[in-house]
Every structure is written in C-alpha cells, then in structure tokens.
Ligand binder design. Structure first.
Ligand SMILES: [Mn+2]
Length: 390
C-alpha cells in the first residue's frame, strides 16, 4: 500500500490590518487588499484540505489589530479546523509584543480558541498522517536577541517524528536580502540533519531551497506588498507542498494570490521647468484606477520652479486617475547661484572642516595619527565637494 502523502500549505507575512495613515480615506480599502489575499490562501486550504497549514509569522501587521479582523481570522481557523486541517502559528516581529507590558499577542487569542496552535519557544506537537508521525515545532520572534545571536542557540529543534517541521521568523546567515537590517540570523550549522522542512517567514520575497536529501527550507514571502520595497516582487503567494512519508518532495507549487498593482514613477527635474505639468503629464500616461502610484521627484531646480511647485495640487489632480498617489519630493533641491546667502568666504563647510582637521594635525604628536588625519582631510573634502559643499 502506498504511504499517504503529507500535504502542506505554507504562508506567512500576511500583515493583516496594516496601518497606512498616508493613504487617508483609502486606508480601509488598502487594508481589504491584505485581507483578500489571506482569504485566498484560506479558501485554497479549505478546498484542498492539506494536513498542515503553517503561518510563519506576521499574520497580523501589529500587536493590536482592530476587533473585526481578529474575529474574521478566528472564523478562518475555525473553518479549517472543522475540515481537519491542523494549523500552526508563530509570532513575527510585527505581531509579537516587545515586552510583557504590551500585553499578549493577538495570536494567543487564536491559540486559546483551540482552532490553531501557537508555537512560542521550541515546543513540539506530534500527530500521525497515515503511518507517518509528524512533528511540528517552532519559535516566535524574540526581541531580546541581538544581531550577533543565533535564535537557535537557546533552542534545540525537536526531531522526534518521522517527518519534522520547524517554523521560524528570521533570516538565514549566508543568504543576503537587500531590505534586511542587522538582526539575528539562523546559521545553517544549527539546523539538524533530520529536519525535513524549515518553514521560514520574515523575508517578504519568496524562496525555496533544497538543503540535502529530504531536507528543504522555504519562505513564501508576503501575500500583499507591505511597502514599495516589494515593488519588484512579480508575484505574491504561498507554497503548496506534497512530501512522501520519508521526506521526499513530490510536488511543489507556488500559488499566486491577487494583489494590488503598485508602481514608482521617478522624475528628475533640472533648472527652470513647469514641474507640476511635467509630473501630472508623466503620471497621466500610467493612469489606472487600481494602481497605487508613488512619484519620486528629485533634482536641482530654480527658485522660480520651486516657488511654483505644488505637491497638494499634483495629488489632487492625480487622485482621480489612480487608487491613491503618494508624492515624495525630499530629493528636490534649489540649484543655487541665484540668491547669495553665503555668510562670507571664511564660513563654509569646506573651510570649517579643513580648519578643524588641520588644527588636529598640527597639535598631533604621533606620526601615525597625523597620517590618518591627513587621509581624513583628503577623503572628507572629496565627499563634501561631491555633496555640493562650497
Ligand atoms: Mn513581515
């Protein structure tokens, strides 16, 4: 008789009930996008009835989501429980409290219903799929760890099953992701040889890797774009996987969910231009009522251009053509030269810097240090000049 396959739906970083104050009246609609994507994952599971439904952190965008989404989420887990789907949650950096004072996580509430299991610090649950004993364990995000810590140094991954799954919401050492800051990472040396599936969250772009014979790791990424950093992720979705009882991967599918289109339009201005018409004209070519548009305006322009530039007018004009428009004009600068506001030749960033370092050089008694300061002066001047200092 053929062994029953172990079927898994793995999602994460759903970021339900996000907070987007900049979207104003459109905030609620944008929140619905996140809800819809997650709903698609749940509906897929209700249809295909996997043995396991894994949420590897950041199910919610915050530790205090509003009551309606909390209730809706509990209904989802109840529906899956009724179909016999075992679901497991871990806390991510968004839905785990930083301290006990912040109170418990909204995930504790789901766990308390009994429809799903929240894994906190390495505890394991075992159950059978056919003849195969499955062991699922995991850790929630720990804010007390520093960037040099390995989250697995305090926890030993339990591998008492025939098929072992571990969930974590951390990046891996040795896999670089441009959007991650310095934070704790999991080292490959801490992953036991008999772990079959490492279910990761946190990185918002999806990846899947084979670690060895019957050993895999995967991160499904987010189910909606949380920020413009995710603009280049072509698809958002989750993993559907089938394994044989001895851990061989039989089927792997990345199932796409629907998301809102987002786009960045970069406009570099120069000198004397009618910036409002330029921005509105260029944006109009992209006109799409579903699109969340970000316009980045930068460049060095005349005082006259700056004076006539109106961000509110641009947003007003464009908001009818798009779902919502954000304008970032921090990189818009006055080109200089027309108005003389320099307080005189003795006071400039370059001369102040030179004076300060030269003073250090002349009072320095150590040859080596003096050489270092000379380098500081040389490199410092170069950088200041590049940034436009006079
Ligand atoms: Mn996240």
């Amino acid at each position: 008789m053929e062994d029953e396959r172990i079927r898994i739906v793995h999602t994460g970083d759903n970021h339900l009930d996000p907070y987007f104050p900049r979207l104003g009246a459109k905030q609620m609609e944008r929140r619905m996008d996140f809800w819809r994507s997650f709903k698609e994952v749940v509906e897929f599971a209700l249809r295909t009835k996997p043995h396991l439904f894994l949420v590897s952190g950041d199910l919610f965008d915050r530790v205090d989501p509003r009551n309606p989404p909390r209730a809706q989420v509990i209904k989802c887990f109840r529906a899956m429980d009724e179909k016999g789907i075992r679901s497991f949650l871990i806390g991510g950096n968004h839905d785990t409290p930083r301290s006990m004072e912040e109170g418990s996580s909204p995930l504790n509430e789901i766990d308390a219903t009994g429809y799903s299991t929240l894994l906190w610090e390495g505890e394991a649950e075992t159950f059978n799929v056919g003849e195969t004993e499955i062991c699922v364990s995991g850790i929630s995000y720990d804010f007390t760890l520093s960037e040099s810590d390995d989250p697995l140094s305090r926890v030993k991954i339990p591998t008492e099953g025939d098929f072992n799954v571990f969930m974590a919401h951390y990046p891996l050492r040795g896999i670089e992701h441009p959007m991650l800051r310095n934070e704790p990472r999991i080292g490959f040396d801490k992953i036991p040889d008999d772990l079959n599936y490492l279910a990761l969250g946190h990185v918002h772009s999806s990846f899947f890797r084979r670690m060895g014979d019957s050993r895999y790791l995967a991160c499904p990424g987010s189910t909606e774009r949380r920020s413009f950093n995710e603009e280049s992720d072509e698809k958002k979705g989750f993993f559907y996987l089938e394994f044989s009882g001895d851990g061989k991967l039989i089927e792997k599918r990345f199932v796409e969910v629907s998301t809102r289109p987002i786009k960045t339009l970069r406009i570099k201005a120069r000198g004397n231009v009618d910036l409002n018409s330029e921005v509105i004209g260029r944006a109009r070519e992209l006109s799409n009522e579903e699109l969340l548009l970000r316009v980045i305006v930068s460049g060095r322009v005349s005082l006259d251009t700056l004076g006539r530039y109106r961000r509110d007018e641009i947003i007003r004009e464009l908001s009818e053509m798009f779902f919502a428009v954000q304008v970032n004009d921090e990189g818009l600068e006055y080109e200089g030269g027309e108005v003389n506001f320099s307080p005189g030749p003795d006071f400039s960033p370059l001369s102040s810097f030179r004076e300060y370092v030269e003073e250090g050089i002349s009072s320095c008694e150590n040859d080596e240090e003096r050489e270092v300061l000379r380098k500081v002066l040389e490199i410092g001047i170069k950088y200041l000049e590049e940034e436009g200092a006079w």
